[in-house]
Ligand binder design. Sequence first.
Ligand SMILES: NC(=O)c1ccc[n+]([C@@H]2O[C@H](COP(=O)([O-])OP(=O)(O)OC[C@H]3O[C@@H](n4cnc5c(N)ncnc54)[C@H](OP(=O)(O)O)[C@@H]3O)[C@@H](O)[C@H]2O)c1
Length: 301
Amino acid sequence: MEIGILSTVGGKQLATLTVDPNSTLKELKTQIHRLKSHLNPDRQEFRLEPRSKGLDENKSVQALGLKDQSKLYLKDLGPQVAYKTVFLVEYAGPLFVYAWIYQRPWLFYGDEAASQPVSQVVHIAAFCWISHYAKRILETLFVHRFSHATMPVRNLFRNCSYYWLFAAYVAYHVNHPLYTAPCQLQSYIALGCWTLCELGNFSIHWALRNLRPPGSKERRVPRSTKDPLTLLFNLVSCPNYTYEVGGWIAFTIMTQCLPAGLFTLAGFYQMAVWALGKHRAYKKDFKDYPRGRKAIIPFVL
Ligand SMILES: NC(=O)c1ccc[n+]([C@@H]2O[C@H](COP(=O)([O-])OP(=O)(O)OC[C@H]3O[C@@H](n4cnc5c(N)ncnc54)[C@H](OP(=O)(O)O)[C@@H]3O)[C@@H](O)[C@H]2O)c1
């Protein structure tokens, strides 16, 4: 059978493919790549309509109800970069930027700053910030099983700007010679909460890893495991985001620093949007999805 391939931009005819009804969209992408060498399979997305949702590339032509002379729209997602590369560059930035500003470089604070006294919470905050991003890098390398191999290269610039600039903004204020630390008890209690949230975040990442068999893109209903920190799955769909936000709230209380609070708010907004989307998708994809779970904040959101 023959399938016409049209561009999502202007509906221009790109190719006519002769395919077997059992061919998957992934195989069609390879055919198109042979015809148009710049269209690497990773930058192709098939749609039934120019503006409809991208189709699962593992589905066959037959399963999608396509017949001889049917049309499929192809969206060019643009140049791609490896998923892991984006995360590694994104997280290495805040780690090194913070570590550099922690040393009070003359560029930001002048020649005298490095020799002025530094309060203990400044050291603790640097440890928390740097170990958080080191953890994310290690998780990217050894824990997460991503379902995507690549993402558009423009994401690299957008994500890096967000993390790198916020790291500099927070680090500049916390490490400033005029920074005033809160009382030690407040900082120690917040450090305890921060540690708990980091452990919880890791526990959820580990549970998510074990939900997906190696090399697959399977997505299952997440449930709590023997690890008590995963019990939060009973209350929200994305407890890793809940713990992440909790960690940043603890960091803000620990440092009592407005830029840290703004970073927490921005992160919360982004993660709440993503969590609501994932929560909706779980409810749509799994008919038996546990009722009563919220997206990110137990009982509230
Ligand atoms: N501070 C901030 O602004 C901020 C923002 C975002 C993230 N983060 C941090 O970065 C971490 C990772 O973020 P993320 O957005 O990638 O988290 P995520 O979407 O929850 O995914 C984490 C990993 O688990 C996989 N996964 C998710 N749900 C699954 C399911 N039901 N079955 C099987 N595998 C599943 C994901 O695969 P897929 O590739 O299929 O998604 C991914 O590899 C967060 O937990 C948080 O700590 C921080």
